[in-house]
Write a protein that binds this ligand. Structure first.
Ligand code: GLC
Ligand code: CA
Length: 542
C-alpha cells in the first residue's frame, strides 16, 4: 500500500508573483569547495585560491551554479579554518584579497557565483580581541567574549561539541566559554561591537562581488543570559540539538541578527545567506529562513539518515513541509566537510557507490537548492587517514574515541600523474596523505566515461537545468516497501524520481520516458521498468 506523506510547494507563493523572476538561489546547485583540499596552485601541498581559480572551468563544465568556499581567512589552524583571526583578510596559505577578487571575476565570466563562509559564533584565540582580553580583563575586548571569575568549578555544565567541558581557564585563572575547541572562544553577541564588526566584514566581501555567505553555526551566537545549566547532555547521534541543549543554542535573540544581515544583503541585489542550523526540530530550523531572515538554512536530515526508504521519506517530507510553511526553498545536503562521505555511510564498496549514485538523483530532483560536496561527484569514499596524520580536533579532543573528519577532507584526485594533479609537478606532499589507489577516482579517468559517477552528475545537472519539473515546483513523496517515489511537477509536466532502497528488484509501473538512471541495469518489463536494489531512475510521465 502506498502511503502518501506530503505534497509541498516550494516555489514562490502566488502573492510573490509580481516579483520579476525567481531569485537564482531558490533552485541553485551549490558546489562546496574545501579550499585546502581542492587544488594547489603554488605547489606547497595546500589547496589555494589560485588552484580553485584554475579549476573553475571544470565546475562550469560540470554544470553547477555557485561555489561555496570553506573559510579562507587567517586562522589559528585549530579547526580547519573555523578559528578565524581576521575576517577581512586572506590566509597567506590561500592567497590574498586580490585572489578572491580574481576568483569572483573569473567565476562570473563562467556564469558561476561565489559564496564565502562566515564564522560569527566564535573567533580564534589568536584574534587580536581575545589576546587583548587575556592581557587585560577590564579592556573593552574582554566584554566581547564570555569570561567568568576564577572559581573552583566552571560556571555551568555546558560541554564542548568537540569533547570535554565548554569552559577553559585563562592563564590568570578566569574561565572562558568555547562551545567548540578551546582555541575557539565564543563571542558575546550582547556586545554591540561584535555585531558592528561582522557587518563590516560582510560588506567588505560583498563590495568585492561575492554573492553571499554560508553562515557557520547560525543557531548559536547568543547563549542563555544567566548561563543556566543545560537540562541534558549532547548526544552526537541526534539529528541536531534539542531541548536538552536549550541554554546554549537557538536563543530568540539570534533571529534579530539574521534580520540585520538580511537587510545588509538587500543592499546588494542577488546576494544570499545560507545558515548552518543543526537543530533536531525542523520547524525550528525553518524559522531561520522566514522571509526577512536567512535566505536558506541547510537541511541536514537526509545527510543524517541511513539507507532506509521510510527514513528518507520522512526526512524529505519533513523538510518540504517545514520550509514550505515559511515560504523558503529547502537546501538539500548529502555530504559536507563534517560528515563521512556518503559512499561509506551507505555501506562502502560497490553497494555504497550504487546507493550514493541513486541518492544523487534524489538530491538533484527535489525542489529547492542542492549542495554538492566536492568529490561526491567523483564517488569518493571516506579516506583512511593514518592517526599520526590526523588534524581534526574532534579526533584529538576525544582521545581518539571519535575518528574525526579528516577522511572526508583529503585532496581531490584530478588525474593519474604523480600527485594526482592536486599540486603542480615536483610539489611538496599534500597536507593530508592521499590513500593508495585514489587515482581510480580521478576526474581525468571519469570525464569521458559513460558509466562514471562524474558523468552521472553531469547529465543530471544538465537535465535539471533543462526540465522545469526538476529542482523546482512541487514534490509529492510516497513510500512503499522500500520503494521511495518523489513525483516532481513543474511547468513542463511531471518527472518521477524512483529510488529502490529495498532488497529486491522492483517494478515501476507506467514509466513514460527514462531520462536518467543511476545504473545500467534498469530493464523494461512490459509497460513497466525493472529497477534493481540500490538504484534510482528519473522517468517522465505520459
Ligand atoms: C561548523 C563547521 C565545522 C566547524 C564548526 C565550528 O559546524 O561546519 O567544520 O568545526 O562549525 O566552527
Ligand atoms: Ca598552495
Amino acid at each position: 500500500m502506498t502511503r502518501r506523506l506530503s505534497t509541498a510547494r516550494t516555489a514562490p507563493r502566488p502573492g510573490a508573483a509580481a516579483a520579476p523572476a525567481s531569485p537564482w538561489w531558490r533552485d541553485a546547485v551549490v558546489y562546496q569547495v574545501y579550499l585546502r583540499s581542492f587544488a594547489d596552485g603554488n605547489g606547497d601541498g595546500i589547496g589555494d585560491l589560485a588552484g580553485l581559480r584554475a579549476r573553475l572551468p571544470y565546475l562550469a563544465w560540470l554544470g553547477v551554479d555557485a561555489v561555496w568556499v570553506n573559510p579562507h581567512y587567517p586562522s589559528g589552524g585549530a579547526d580547519g579554518g573555523y578559528d578565524v583571526v581576521d575576517h577581512r583578510a586572506v590566509d597567506p596559505d590561500y592567497g590574498d584579497v586580490a585572489d578572491v577578487e580574481a576568483l569572483v571575476e573569473d567565476a562570473r565570466a563562467l556564469g558561476l557565483r561565489v559564496l564565502l563562509d562566515v564564522v560569527p559564533n566564535h573567533s580564534s584565540d589568536q584574534h587580536p580581541w581575545f589576546r587583548r582580553a587575556l592581557a587585560d580583563p577590564t579592556s573593552p575586548e574582554a566584554g566581547r567574549y564570555h569570561f567568568a571569575p576564577p572559581s573552583e568549578a566552571p560556571p555551568n555544565n555546558w560541554r564542548s561539541l568537540f569533547g570535554g567541558p565548554a569552559w577553559s581557564r585563562t592563564p590568570d585563572g578566569r574561565w572562558y566559554l568555547h562551545l567548540f575547541s578551546p582555541e575557539q572562544p565564543d563571542l558575546n553577541w550582547r556586545d554591540p561591537a561584535v555585531a558592528a564588526d561582522f557587518e563590516d566584514s560582510l560588506r567588505f566581501w560583498l563590495d568585492r562581488g561575492v554573492s553571499g555567505f554560508r553562515v557557520d553555526v547560525a543557531y548559536g551566537l547568543f547563549k542563555d543570559a544567566a548561563l543556566r545549566d543545560n537540562p541534558g547532555s549532547y548526544s552526537p547521534t541526534l539529528f541536531g540539538h534539542g531541548p536538552e541543549q536549550a541554554m546554549t543554542w537557538d536563543q530568540p535573540e539570534v533571529h534579530d541578527v539574521w534580520r540585520r544581515w538580511r537587510a545588509v544583503c538587500d543592499e546588494y541585489p542577488g546576494t544570499m545567506l545560507v545558515g548552518e542550523v543543526c537543530l533536531a526540530d525542523l520547524d525550528r530550523v525553518a524559522r531561520y529562513s522566514r522571509p526577512d531572515e536567512l535566505h536558506q538554512s541547510l537541511a541536514f536530515r537526509l545527510l543524517k539518515s541511513s539507507w532506509d526508504a521510510a527514513a528518507f521519506a520522512e526526512a524529505t517530507t519533513g523538510a518540504l513541509d517545514a520550509f514550505g510553511r515559511v515560504g523558503a526553498p529547502v537546501s538539500w545536503v548529502l555530504g559536507n566537510h563534517d560528515k563521512d562521505r556518503m559512499v561509506s555511510r551507505f555501506g562502502g564498496g560497490a553497494v555504497g557507490t550504487a546507493r550514493a549514485r541513486a541518492a544523487a538523483l534524489l538530491l538533484l530532483a527535489l525542489p529547492g537548492s542542492a549542495y554538492v560536496y566536492a568529490g561526491d561527484e567523483l564517488g569518493l569514499p571516506q579516506a583512511h587517514v593514518p592517526e599520526a596524520a590526523r588534524q581534526d580536533p574532534i579526533f584529538h579532543r576525544s582521545g581518539g574515541a571519535r575518528a574525526g573528519r579528516d577522511g572526508c577532507r583529503v585532496p581531490l584526485p584530478w588525474n593519474t600523474a604523480p600527485g594526482l594533479g592536486f599540486s603542480p609537478a615536483g610539489a611538496a606532499d599534500p597536507w593530508l596523505p592521499v590513500p593508495a589507489g585514489w587515482e581510480r577516482h580521478a576526474v581525468s579517468r571519469q570525464a569521458g566515461e559513460g558509466g562514471s559517477t562524474l558523468t552521472l552528475y553531469r547529465r543530471a545537472l544538465a537535465l535539471r537545468k533543462a526540465h522545469p519539473a526538476l529542482g523546482s515546483g512541487a514534490a509529492e513523496v510516497s513510500v512503499e516497501d522500500g520503494l521511495l517515489t518523489v513525483r516532481c511537477t513543474g511547468a513542463g509536466g511531471a518527472v518521477r524520481c524512483v529510488v529502490n532502497m529495498g532488497r529486491s528488484t522492483r517494478l515501476v509501473a507506467g514509466p513514460g520516458r527514462v531520462l536518467l538512471a543511476s545504473t545500467s541495469r534498469v530493464r523494461s518489463s512490459g509497460s513497466s521498468l525493472a529497477l534493481p536494489p540500490d538504484s534510482a531512475v528519473w522517468v517522465t510521465e505520459g
